[in-house]
Design a protein around this ligand. Structure first.
Ligand code: PMP
Length: 447
């Protein structure tokens, strides 16, 4: 451990992490093994992975079938190009499979290696869609505050969390952000969206982009009719709607895709994470028939957009097997059922403790907010570190969760693997109760 920690400090620049903290303390945990909903570190400590790692290990860890699918494909054809006139069976089959499970009218897939690339691709495809119709001025993307769409050029620009935008200074041009129905009501958020479209000029807007449920923003579940109203506004102004399903896709919310909870169909839908349950990097954009038709008719010559790994055969083979397992093992239904149980357990914790504000879940995507006073929703001050303290307490109890603590919120997020069972949900929320109780005592004593 000592040796690995030193090498880590010397050579490994971690994603989304504090470099100074790493240099001071080294890595807190070095993981070694995963099995089901559990991870084990190199010291033999076991953790319940209540976040499916990065919201992605949907079918759980240690699934031999995916390892076998990868090995088989690697031996047969590990990699081959999908550029230009080349193709191969795994990508064709996966595209067909995704078309068959996506909402009606979404039937063609562009592949990438992850969520950021998918969102950049969706944004560029959207701008291309307008350019080939001689409307190049339609290039603005309207995103939501607190949205997270990734860290590539366009996806960072679309992200509505200022820390990500400030990291490298100037962003791409043509991105604006509108209110969410979190701090505001759905009506106010819709009003703000209409104002934004009008102020920017409807003829300059290419697309509105949103996660059906904002994940990294704090698992913000919109009121039932919010996305329908967004869709209606897009239709009114002839603007495309891009749904970012990177977290919500592949069963997470108790439906195969998050938009199904809100009965809307986007024009483009991006995915990643759960498509392979994280066993290999893969993502993509599913486009609707009318967008595809337009591309077929008017995108002349080469489409100058493609990644070396667009349609990677081995990743595609793993994706196919992963979706087969999700369907075969009824994991979407399990997410719905266990999600319901998780939410009821959250509500019990809310009724028993003094510092639990809103609790929410859609399928196995949930959150618990910590507040100083649930009656008035008065928040803790950032220096009280309420959410990070609960995360530390959970860690001591052998559980990995994620805090969202920007802009004054203290939110504990939950996204356990879709294979979780009743007893495990019970244990997970029991640990949450004990961790929050410990922090409540500490904060109340400090008063
Ligand atoms: N969109 C959403 C909604 C996400 O949650 C994420 C990652 N957490 C991304 C995009 C970016 O995906 P990636 O990290 O695979 O680039």
């Amino acid at each position: 451990m000592e040796h690995l920690a030193e090498l880590d400090k010397k050579h490994f620049i971690h994603p989304t992490s504090s470099i100074q903290q790493q240099q001071a303390n080294g890595p807190k945990v070095i993981m070694e093994k995963g099995e089901g909903i559990y991870l084990t570190d190199i010291n033999g400590s076991e953790y319940m992975d209540a976040m499916s790692s990065l919201w992605n290990v949907n079918i759980g860890h240690g699934q031999d079938e995916l390892a076998e699918a990868a090995a088989e494909q690697m031996k047969q054809l590990a990699f081959s190009s999908a550029f230009s006139t080349f193709s191969h069976e795994p990508a064709i089959r996966l595209a067909e499979k995704i078309a068959s499970i996506a909402p009606d009218g979404l039937n063609a897939v562009f592949f990438t290696s992850g969520g950021s690339e998918s969102n950049d691709s969706a944004i560029k495809l959207t701008r291309h869609y307008w350019r080939i119709q001689d409307q190049p001025e339609r290039r603005k993307i309207i995103g939501l505050k607190r949205a997270y769409h990734g860290v590539a050029a366009a996806s960072t620009s679309a992200t509505g969390i200022k820390e990500f935008q400030e990291m490298a200074g100037e962003m791409m041009t043509g991105f604006v952000h509108t209110e969410t129905p979190y701090e505001k009501t759905a009506d106010e958020a819709i009003h703000d969206l209409r104002q934004t479209i009008e102020t920017e000029g409807p003829d300059t807007v290419a697309a509105v982009m949103a996660e059906p449920i904002q994940g990294a923003g704090g698992v913000l579940i919109p009121p039932d009719d919010y996305l329908r109203q967004v869709r209606a506004l897009c239709d009114e102004y002839g603007i495309l709607f891009i749904a970012d399903e990177v977290i919500t896709g592949f069963g997470r919310t108790g439906k195969m895709f998050g938009v199904e909870n809100f009965s809307i169909t986007p024009d483009l839908m991006t995915f990643a994470k759960g498509v392979t349950s994280g066993y290999l990097p893969l993502g993509g954009v599913i486009v609707s028939d009318h967008v595809h038709e337009m591309l077929k008719e008017k995108s002349k010559g080469t489409l100058f957009h493609g990644f070396t790994y667009s349609g990677h055969p081995t990743a595609a083979a793993v994706g196919l097997k992963n979706i087969e397992i999700i369907e075969r093992d009824g994991l979407v239904e399990n997410a719905r059922e266990m999600g319901g149980q998780m939410l009821r357990a959250f509500e019990k914790v809310q009724s028993e403790l003094d510092i639990v504000g809103d609790v929410r879940a859609k399928g196995l995507l949930g959150a618990v907010e910590l507040v100083q006073d649930p009656a008035t929703n008065k928040r803790f001050s950032p220096d009280q570190q309420a959410a990070p303290k609960v995360i530390d307490q959970l860690h001591e109890r052998g559980m990995i969760c994620r805090p969202v603590s920007f802009e004054g919120t203290d939110i504990i997020c939950f996204a356990p693997p879709l294979i979780i069972n009743r007893e495990q949900v019970h244990t997970m929320v029991e640990k949450l109760h004990d961790a929050v109780f410990a922090v409540q005592k500490e904060l109340q004593v400090k008063g």
